[in-house]
Design a binder for this molecule. Structure first.
Ligand SMILES: CSC[C@@H](O)[C@@H](O)C(=O)COP(=O)(O)O
Length: 365
């Protein structure tokens, strides 16, 4: 599985996710403007991955000292509004640069760069460890024989680790559960059909792609025991913004009595907002709806609407799987408690041993 984000010889390399699965190509970013454009064009995408890429983008601005770091933070924070991980990572990087600047009294250049690179690598490495814990915690909700439906791509491509929702699924397979995965295609940009199915297929999972409008019938046929999705921003009451179409699935799950889980790191939780109404929902170019992989499917003169995310109310969510455990309703309380927990990363070693079983050196990821 190619790494979606690589730092090599002072440059950032981003796997161009628009071309996956047909071409595997990297874009080289040498300045923060390149990174900002890559996030906007969704060359890199997925909430944690956007945050990690932005952190490296700040490293690329460090040669200009604190003023350029601030300029980069401002530019990168205007790229995509919904995933809170972006703002979380930028805040961390800006604070690191400011503290460093205060401590070394105006000493820009290489040394600041080394310091910021360490912070960005830490963000990246910590995300990997967090996802292993999410995968372990998630096992308690995956039955031994499980037909699971997922939406969009909350996998390795979206995170730089093993993935959140797909991390739980991968781990289930590694510990010997019989897993059958359905991926919603996820119009308009087809992250489910192009990215999730590719990742899981390469890992040897039993995976089937369905069109978004087939989910209800699949559930009615008894072919879905569980739905797991990722998240872009979770409000303090558990309302969850994720890829457009997630809300549809949650409503369908309620009707069919199927558990609906969200898997996400705590960096996706935005305690500053009381509910989902406050989540800024990105609206993208209507041409993404008018076309499929560049081919027009209806007349340009006809209007199209393209909200990239929707919000699933917390009361439709069976649980939120985080590195601090599975949070249950009432979410205000469970989220508040989870945010205070000091997580023991030693447990991530258990995940390593499972992930290595039957896989390659890196656990098949
Ligand atoms: C672990 S990634 C979680 C979410 O970011 C993912 O489900 C999603 O909605 C991605 O949207 P995208 O528009 O492809 O960046």
């Amino acid at each position: 599985m190619p790494d979606p984000i690589k730092w090599e010889d002072g440059s950032l390399y981003l796997l161009d996710q628009r071309r996956i699965p047909f071409e595997v190509e990297y874009l080289k970013c040498t300045n923060y403007q390149d990174v900002a454009e890559a996030i906007e064009k969704m060359i890199v995408r997925g909430a944690p991955a956007i945050g990690i890429a932005a952190a490296y983008g700040i490293v690329l601005a460090s040669h200009g000292g604190l003023p350029m770091v601030k300029e980069a933070v401002s530019r990168l924070s205007k790229t995509r509004p919904t995933a809170v991980n972006l703002f979380w990572a930028l805040e961390k990087m800006e604070r690191a640069a400011t503290d460093f600047h205060d401590a070394t009294a105006k000493d820009p250049g290489l040394i600041l760069k080394d310091h910021l690179l360490e912070v960005a690598v830490d963000i990246h490495e910590e995300e990997r460890r967090i996802e292993k814990l999410i995968a372990l915690h998630g096992q308690s909700i995956v039955p031994p024989n499980c037909q699971v439906l997922t939406h969009c791509n909350a996998g390795a491509l979206a995170t730089g680790g093993i993935g959140t929702a797909l991390g739980v699924i991968r781990m289930a397979q590694k510990i010997g559960k019989a897993i059958k995965v359905y991926c919603d295609e996820t119009r308009p940009l087809l992250q489910g059909a192009r990215l999730s199915s590719w990742e899981l297929w390469m890992d040897g999972l039993d995976v089937t792609v369905i069109c978004d409008d087939m989910a209800a019938f699949l559930m009615k046929k008894g072919k879905v025991d569980l739905v797991i999705v990722g998240a872009d921003r979770i409000a303090s009451n558990g309302d969850t913004a994720n890829k457009i179409g997630t809300y549809n699935l949650a409503v369908l799950c309620k009707y069919h009595g199927i558990p609906f889980y969200v898997a996400a790191p705590r960096s996706t939780i935005d305690c500053s907002i009381k509910d989902g109404e406050a989540v800024p929902i990105e609206e993208r170019d209507p041409d993404e709806v008018r076309t499929v992989r560049g081919v027009k499917i209806f007349l340009e003169d006809i209007p199209a609407w393209n909200p990239a995310f929707d919000v699933t109310p917390g009361d439709l969510i069976s649980g939120i799987i985080t590195e601090a455990g599975i949070l249950k309703a009432p979410y205000r309380e469970s989220i508040e408690t989870a945010m205070r927990i000091d997580v023991n990363f030693e447990d991530a070693h258990w995940a390593d041993s499972y992930l290595k079983q039957g896989g390659s050196e890196d656990g098949g990821i």
